[in-house]
Design a protein around this ligand. Structure first.
Ligand SMILES: *Cc1c(COP(=O)(O)O)cnc(C)c1O
Length: 344
């Protein structure tokens, strides 16, 4: 890819980001780990891992960086409740509960009663530990009932999925600046970047790269099956709003986003063979802990692309480790099931 002209300098972009209010939650910068044993094993490119799993607070992950921006309005404006509803092993639920504990707010989680809600372990255990009011429900409408009850009680409810939505992507424009400074310090020019993302991490990294004029293939792996073309168009829409919020003279279309839903397999949170292989390979070559729901699937995609010859040994690829570590413990049986070295 040819280098494009930067639309803004790194310093000017930083100044624009500083106009947003921000909580101080994450240990930054997160490390950038070189993985020579993994590269050797795959006969592939140099692989660097951006350790967003080490953002610090409550087992870390990309939500810690996102919440610095996206939950700042809730604290500033004196909301009473932080709410989140998703799968029982949601990392976002865990960090919503952790943040509420730290700021003395009430946390309400509406988790799904699903394959990983019993026995209580992983993220769900941590939701309880942080003192969240936890509801496990079978149908999504039950979440609306819980929200309705809280509002009837006169509580101001901040939903960490929908409120501050665009600010979550803004946080990863900042994340890109941080990564880029680290790469420049090491004199590394990466050719590609892999990230597991529904929306925000992917959008933020692409907007950051384009703003600085950095030519980079950013490969987004969705944790859920999707229509890739529709998803790319949706990501472009979010990116255009983010560009506007940062006063960047940039326009995005679906062509600017490479997003794959096929690596999600049968569904969100359902383990795939490739994800299991990735979790084991990362652990056994680099002592790097991935999770089965997000990073295992994205890492599996990267391995697949390397094996297909999409990356050559002289190239460099960055894998953004978005966290998710606690969910691993709720998948113990499945991870070990087809594993020949399983203790018996
Ligand atoms: C939430 C989450 C993602 C996706 O985050 P986006 O905000 O959609 O980019 C990826 N990985 C892990 C581990 C997560 O918890």
């Amino acid at each position: 890819m040819a280098a494009a002209k930067p639309v803004v300098s790194a310093e000017a972009l930083k100044t624009r980001l500083e106009r947003f209010s921000r909580l101080s939650l994450a240990d930054l910068p997160t490390p950038l780990l070189d993985c020579p044993r993994l590269s050797g094993k795959l006969g592939g490119p140099r692989i660097l891992v951006k350790r967003e799993d080490l953002t610090g607070m409550a087992f870390g992950g990309n939500k810690v960086r996102e919440f610095e921006y996206s939950v700042a309005p809730a604290i500033r404006e004196g909301y009473d409740v932080l709410l989140h509803g998703a799968a029982s092993q949601s990392n976002q639920s865990r960090l919503t509960a952790a943040l509420a504990a730290r700021y003395g707010l009430k946390a309400v989680m509406v988790g799904r009663r699903d394959a990983h809600s019993r026995p209580v372990n992983g993220n769900l255990l941590l939701d309880h530990l942080f003192g969240a009011e936890v509801h496990l429900v079978d149908r999504a409408e039950e979440k609306d009932r819980v929200i309705g009850r809280l509002k009837a009680e006169g509580q101001r409810v901040y939903n960490t999925s929908t409120d501050g939505y665009y600010l979550r992507s803004i946080s990863y424009v900042d994340g890109f600046l941080e990564l880029w400074a680290q790469l420049r310090d090491r004199d590394v020019r990466p050719d590609g970047l892999y990230v597991c993302s529904g929306v925000h991490t992917h959008v933020g990294l692409v907007v950051g790269a384009r703003a600085l004029g950095v030519p980079l293939r950013v490969v987004g792996i969705s944790p859920s099956p999707q229509d890739d073309e529709k998803d790319a168009a949706n990501l472009a829409g979010v990116a255009n709003t983010v560009a506007e919020m940062l006063a960047l003279d940039l326009t995005f279309t679906g062509d600017d986003f490479e997003s794959h839903g096929a690596f999600a397999g049968d569904g969100y949170g359902v383990l795939t063979d490739a994800s299991r292989e990735a979790v084991l390979l990362a652990a056994r070559t680099e002592a790097l802990i991935l999770d089965p729901v997000y990073t295992g699937k994205a890492f599996g995609a990267m391995i697949r692309h390397i094996r297909e010859g999409q990356w050559r040994p002289e190239q460099t690829v960055v894998f953004v480790h978005t966290g998710g570590t606690p969910a691993l413990f709720a998948y113990a049986e499945e991870i070990l099931d087809s594993n020949p070295s399983r203790p018996r």
